[in-house]
Design a binder for this molecule. Structure first.
Ligand code: ASP
Length: 429
């Protein structure tokens, strides 16, 4: 897909999103969600829901094969295996640092605005917290006892570990390894073509997803929580535009405007699917083919980031913690805030980038600082929309990491990054 057709695709997705939002709002007015009606059963719960779900499944369909094939190829291309440890170390450092900055921004804004003070707890909604895995269990679980089970379940950390080992073994296997490597390189091109095909369906898929979301959510649920909602949005925008631009410019010497222009389509995918994981194929494609990150860096950092790097989610957790503390009249001190930063940063490691997972992580954060987990019920009504926005920030963070790490490893094609219209040459195409 050339840059020209890529930008027209972005435009189409944007139009689909706006029209979908209008349609959803109109449907919600005409036939409020929860009401038994033909519109709700046939259109919202029927056509829009089915088409949207098919689109998300089509994206998810490519995640496991693409990550596995691309990562095996990426590792073998590295040649020097010590580079692998370096890239992994830099990625982890970047993820931890930016997530800590994100939650600090969120806490600062939330505390200084007193979000939640005077809020009436009238909600009778309940929230049953699911257990988030402990960090030690996450580390033990990283090594798959059965790689096929890991692939079948889409367990990203296990897939990454198996692919890395497989790639290293190919490198060490000499001539015979080269045959296997060639097969993987060819498969990578073929699966990227599949990504192209599914991306062409994006305007329809996005239209259905957005229309369904707005038809079922309605705007009236936002009003009572407007202060909380806007505070999260403000922190997300500050982090996405401020922190990432600053890092791209100062750490990498890269032009943030160029970066954001090329990230638009990926952000729209993340926004409409609310899943960093389902967006991996699109993020990977953008990072490699548009931003010029070498496959060996992108194939490792993008899936890893989608699983463990969630700045947007950490922001929601920061604001939500202060909001819930204020509603319940609990005073949090400096040590509790520090605990929020640490827990929110670490919580993202054990949970995959799928819709709504941020709330499970929030339960962990609230538990750490002794706040009632039922408090989550207060904010759950607006969480879907915030989930969409924070997922866009999450994938932007993953792409920023990929660019900066590639730059520091000499693996960034600067001309491609700077070129507003790079020819998308995929090896073998
Ligand atoms: N939906 C987010 C993601 O996939 C995670 C969350 O905040 O719930 O990145």
């Amino acid at each position: 897909m050339s840059q020209a057709s890529n930008s027209s695709l972005t435009k189409q997705i944007m139009i689909a999103m706006i029209v979908g939002a209008f349609l959803g709002i109109a449907l919600n007015q005409f036939s409020p969600s929860g009401e038994e009606s033909l519109v709700n059963s046939w259109l919202v719960g029927g056509l829009l829901s089915v088409m949207g779900a098919i689109f998300v499944s089509a994206l998810k369909m490519m995640v496991v094969p693409l990550v596995f094939v691309s990562l095996v190829g990426g590792v073998t291309n590295l040649g020097d295996l010590s580079a692998l440890g370096r890239i992994g170390g830099k990625a982890l450092l970047f993820y931890l640092l930016t997530t800590a900055i994100a939650v600090t921004i969120a806490l600062t804004l939330a505390v200084s605005s007193g979000v939640g003070e005077g809020f009436e707890k009238s909600s009778d909604a309940t929230f049953a917290a699911k257990e988030a895995p402990s960090l030690s269990q996450v580390i033990i679980d990283m090594v798959p006892s059965n790689p096929f089970a890991a692939l079948a379940e889409g367990n990203m950390l296990q897939i990454i570990v198996f692919a890395l080992l497989f790639g290293i073994a190919i490198t060490l296997s000499g001539e015979r390894g080269k045959h296997v490597l060639n097969l993987f390189k060819d498969l990578d091109v073929v699966i990227m073509k599949m990504v192209d095909i599914v991306m062409k369906l994006a305007p329809i898929g996005v239209f259905c997803l957005i229309a369904k979301t707005f038809a079922t959510q309605g705007m009236d649920i936002i009003l009572p929580l407007a202060q909380y909602f806007l505070m999260v949005v403000l922190a997300l925008v500050l982090h996405a535009v401020g922190t990432f631009s600053f890092m791209l410019r100062l750490v990498g010497g890269l032009n943030p405007l160029r970066f954001f222009a090329k990230m638009r389509a990926t952000q729209l995918f993340a926004f409409s699917t609310a899943s960093s994981s389902a967006t991996i194929p699109v993020t990977l494609k953008t990072v490699e083919h548009q931003l010029g990150v070498k496959n060996s860096v992108a194939s490792f950092t993008v899936p890893l980031g989608a699983t463990i790097n969630m700045d947007g989610t950490a922001i929601m957790q920061g604001v939500a913690t202060v909001f819930i503390a204020n509603v319940y009249g609990v005073d949090l001190g400096m040590s509790e805030y520090l605990m929020v930063v640490v827990t929110a940063t670490l919580a993202s490691i054990g949970t995959a980038g799928v819709p709504g997972v941020g709330l499970i992580m929030l339960a962990m954060v609230l538990g750490q600082v002794g706040l009632p987990i039922e408090g989550i019920a207060l904010i759950i009504g607006v969480d879907r929309l915030l989930d969409m926005m924070r997922t866009a920030v999450n994938v932007t963070g993953d792409a920023t990491a990929a660019c900066l790490i590639a730059k520091s490893e000499g693996g960034l094609d600067q001309a491609r990054f700077d070129n507003p219209a790079p020819e998308q040459k995929i090896e073998g195409s």
